[in-house]
Design a protein around this ligand. Structure first.
Ligand SMILES: [Zn+2]
Length: 130
């Protein structure tokens, strides 16, 4: 049995963080599907589990590693922006604006009245009451 499984997985990519997340998503969809009877949810769950197996049995290591790297990069960005939002909410002495042109986050002191903010990245000027 052990040898059979080892032979089956020889030269195959196996599991990584992305396949683990895919399995978690699959299980969540299955649990969700108990309460909501929908063909779409069943198809999505089936798609996820097939994709997870496809990745685990794949022999194309570079492609699977690239997918996993992209996934981890996305997770880290998501966690980072969440942490940044939390710390901005706790900051009572500054206000935060997003530049409409380049998307840079601008931090200005609170309670100074009407000011003109110049974006340090692109130079766009904005008038704000802080
Ligand atoms: Zn800007």
């Amino acid at each position: 049995m052990g040898n059979w499984l080892r032979g089956l997985m020889a030269g195959r990519y196996g599991g990584d963080a992305l396949s683990f997340a895919t399995l978690i998503a699959y299980l969540s969809l299955c649990i969700f599907g108990i309460f909501v009877d929908s063909v779409l949810i069943k198809l999505a769950a089936l798609g996820l589990i097939l994709w997870a197996f496809y990745r685990m049995f794949s022999r194309n290591f570079p492609a699977r590693q690239a997918e996993n790297r992209a996934f981890l990069h996305w997770v880290r960005r998501l966690a980072g922006s969440r942490r940044a939002r939390q710390s901005r909410r706790k900051d009572k002495t500054h206000r935060y604006y997003r530049c409409r042109d380049c998307g840079a986050v601008l931090r200005v002191p609170r309670g100074v009245g009407r000011i003109e903010i110049t974006c340090p990245r692109c130079g766009k000027k904005m008038r704000k009451k802080v």
